[in-house]
Ligand binder design. Structure first.
Ligand SMILES: C[S@@+](CC[C@H](N)C(=O)[O-])C[C@H]1O[C@@H](n2cnc3c(N)ncnc32)[C@H](O)[C@@H]1O
Length: 362
């Protein structure tokens, strides 16, 4: 754990144990098939992806390469692990097809909309201003992690959608050698932040088998996850190693999934035993129209707190914790408030209704 490997992913992946990884991010060679030099409108060369590791002899060769690593990845994924793969129009359809053929189950395809895309210099087609991410799990039955509330919070309180607008990696975050960008396809930190926060838990193991200059392990470390990274080019590996070493773990309750941790189940009978409620005490609705006595089985004169609250309101179902009150010092107190006290004192779980601004540095 917390290791970066210099070497060929096809030699290192087989060494990893079966069902040992919780989250995988793959930014594979795209097989861009670019030919000749790209020249900007002002006459300078554009430094695109023209590297040996992105070259393949044919689609068949690329597909075999993809199938080979995906089979290994499936073996090392835990039962409920998530896998994310990013690609562009050149490769993402081939990868999607292969994933489905191998039995993976697609949860979402996410569009990464680039707010500052590289222009189409020749003006011969639309500017490629997005890339696609596929979020998949091992099979249809996987009970994957999805931190819905955390992502909603990060999206300003609105359910997060499948189009993420994020600028391409630039400025301080871009890893450089001698003042020039070190890697042609370094991914933005925010992309990895979204992926890791949405689909993993603290201390989960995050793997990147084509890590480049280490964006995935660096962000995994920052967010309090464990990491494993593999890269075969020494120049990238060295930069990744330095970057991850320099990265600091950021303490933030949001990264500990406080918003998504499910509260422990509470039984009213346990609350009676611990003195939070008394047998035979009155449970009332907020207008004090109905009064029922609590029996020793945690029921209201034989009825469940939920069913009875639903019936009294002519509803099919209702959460009784939000309906009933008891009297304390002659004042009405919600039983939900008392449950929160019980959670905090007896289980250590702290209920958070609304996320506090302080949780979010982004
Ligand atoms: C698209 S880049 C990943 C960039 C990375 N996401 C980042 O933000 O820096 C793909 C990387 O995979 C590496 N690579 C390609 N084939 C590999 C292999 N067989 N084993 C290990 N690394 C490989 C390349 O050297 C390249 O750095």
């Amino acid at each position: 754990m917390n290791k970066l490997f210099l070497g060929d992913t096809f030699e290192i992946l087989p060494v990893l144990k079966d069902e040992s990884v919780d989250l995988i991010f793959i930014d594979p060679p795209y097989f861009m098939q670019t030919e000749g030099n790209l020249i900007r409108s002002e006459g300078t060369f554009f430094d695109g992806i023209n590297e040996e590791w992105d070259k393949f002899g044919s689609f068949e060769e690329y597909d075999n390469f993809t199938i080979k690593y995906l089979k290994e990845i499936k073996r090392i994924m835990k039962k409920n692990a998530s896998l994310w793969i990013i690609g562009s129009f050149q490769n993402i359809y081939r990868i999607g097809n292969i994933l489905q053929n191998l039995g993976f189950w697609i949860i979402n395809d996410i569009i990464w909309k680039k707010s500052n895309p590289t222009p189409n210099f020749k003006g011969t087609r639309f500017t490629n201003s997005h890339e696609t991410l596929l979020w998949v799990v091992k099979n249809k039955n996987a009970k994957y992690t999805f931190n819905y509330k955390t992502m909603k919070y990060l999206n300003g309180g609105k359910q997060m959608g499948s189009v993420w607008e994020i600028p391409i990696c630039a400025g301080k975050e871009r890893v450089k050698t001698n003042g020039k960008k070190a890697h042609p396809s370094q991914k933005p930190e925010k992309l990895l932040e979204n992926i890791i926060l949405a689909t993993s838990k603290p201390k989960d193991v995050v793997l990147d088998p084509f890590m480049g200059v280490g964006t995935t392990p660096a962000i995994a470390k920052r967010l309090g996850r464990k990491y494993v990274g593999i890269e075969k080019e020494k120049k990238y590996f060295d930069l990744a190693k330095k970057r991850v070493e320099e990265e600091k773990v950021v303490e933030n309750p949001l990264y500990k999934n406080v918003l998504d941790i499910k509260p422990p189940k509470v039984k009213i009978t346990d609350m009676i035993k611990k003195g939070y409620f008394k047998e035979n005490e009155n449970f009332l609705d907020k207008d004090e129209n109905f009064i029922f006595k609590l029996d020793k089985n945690g029921k209201l004169q034989g009825n469940s707190i939920h069913k009875l609250s639903a019936e009294l309101q002519n509803k099919i179902n209702f959460n009784g914790w939000e309906y009933w009150y008891v009297k304390r010092d002659n004042k009405l107190v919600s039983i939900n408030k008392i449950r929160k006290e019980y959670w905090k004192k007896e289980t250590g779980y702290e209920h958070i209704n609304r996320c506090n601004r302080q949780y979010c540095h982004i």
